[in-house]
Write a protein that binds this ligand. Structure first.
Ligand code: KG4
Ligand code: ZN
Length: 339
């Protein structure tokens, strides 16, 4: 059978990315132009700046991806592009670019859900991973527990009621003066702190055993910092970081393993930017090993936003015969499982 080549394009937030993926799981190139340095000046992503930067970079990023893969554009079987969820102006750049290339070349277009992309990142390095499995998706904009029943068949079983996990990391990092993006900085600083030093709440959502809530935890951290300031007490940032991180991880681990048991699945995967957190990985690996669950996780480069994961998700859509028309539009609040 002839190889199926997908050109993946991602521009939903602050990374302009393109990748070439062969037969769904082999990444021939994965080019990411990050805007993090630019947004750091403002302490977070500025949507208008993100859109402008995507426009500047997208052609160059796609060209580099094709060159590095050593496969010409004409050889692509489909162009997979993130069309939601994300920042509308940022998404539009990728979607317009993909539509233009598809229209000019006749190569089919496949719209991809960004979160499905994150989940599919697990297929890249774990060649044996196949549904069904439970996936914990934790990123800057999303915290979902998902039952992956088959390729492209998802059931959301838990979600955050307020802040996303990554958002909580970013806000707490800002409060303790670490800057943006906070996740990797808290991850690093936590290694020097005591996770038991401060007792922060582990929120439970009434009547919804799989849902998350992180805003109470974030407020508890801010209250703790204010309290110290009022009393003139010195704050140990490493202890705050480690104790906060432990509170997030405890809840993520409990909910995830509970879902795996409840669904009777043997496999569990993680995805999204926060999935590259080293303590979260350790905690999940330990717990899965004890409970006889196979644990899957992507390398950090496939956890944060990238286009290889979009190529992989696009491949499974394409082989099912799903194609998008030229009316494909950016859908900023696209729900998982919606088409
Ligand atoms: O998946 P992603 O790149 O973008 C979204 O789709 O949101 O996730 C970015 C988020 C940010 O909130 C960032 O702080 C967080 O992932 N993050 C981390 C780590 N690396 C990135 N959070 C905790 N620990 C990390 N090592
Ligand atoms: Zn993402």
């Amino acid at each position: 059978m002839e190889d199926i080549m997908i050109l993946g394009i991602e521009s939903s937030c602050d990374e302009t990315a393109a990748a070439v993926v062969k037969n769904g799981r082999e990444v021939l190139s994965n080019v990411i132009s990050s805007q993090i340095a630019l947004h750091t000046l403002y302490g977070g992503v500025v949507p208008e700046i993100a859109s402008r930067k995507h426009i500047e970079k997208i052609n160059q990023v796609i060209e580099t991806a094709l060159l590095e893969a050593e496969v010409p554009l004409e050889r692509m079987d489909a162009i997979a592009v993130t069309y939601g969820p994300g920042l509308v102006g940022a998404l539009l750049v990728g979607v317009s670019e993909a539509k233009a290339i598809s229209f000019a070349t006749g190569i089919p277009l496949v719209g991809v859900h960004h979160i499905e992309g994150h989940i599919c990142a697990n297929y890249i390095e774990n060649k044996d991973l196949e549904p069904p499995f439970i996936c914990l998706v934790v990123s800057g904009g999303h915290s979902h527990l998902v039952a992956v029943k088959d390729y492209g068949v998802y059931e959301i079983i838990g979600r955050t009621r307020d802040d996303a996990a990554g958002e909580a990391f970013d806000k707490v990092a800002r409060a303790i003066g670490l800057g943006y993006p906070g996740g990797p900085k808290i991850d690093k600083l936590s290694r020097e702190g005591n996770p038991e030093a401060i007792s922060f709440p582990r929120a439970k959502v009434q009547e919804s055993e799989y849902d998350f809530s992180f805003s109470g935890l974030k407020s508890a951290v801010l209250n703790y910092l204010n309290g110290c300031k009022m009393k003139g007490e010195r704050v140990c940032a490493a202890d705050v970081a480690a104790s906060f991180q432990k509170a997030v991880i405890d809840v993520l681990v409990e909910h995830s393993l509970h879902a795996v048991k409840e669904f009777g699945y043997e496999k569990f995967a993680i995805a999204g930017g926060v999935a590259s957190n080293s303590s979260l990985r350790e905690a999940l690996a330990g717990r899965c090993a004890r409970e006889g669950v196979r644990f899957y996780y992507p390398s950090p480069v496939f956890c944060t936003d990238n286009a290889a994961m979009i190529g992989t998700a696009g491949y499974y859509e394409f082989i099912k015969g799903a194609k998008s028309g030229y009316d494909l539009n950016a859908v900023p609040n696209l729900k998982l499982g919606e088409r």
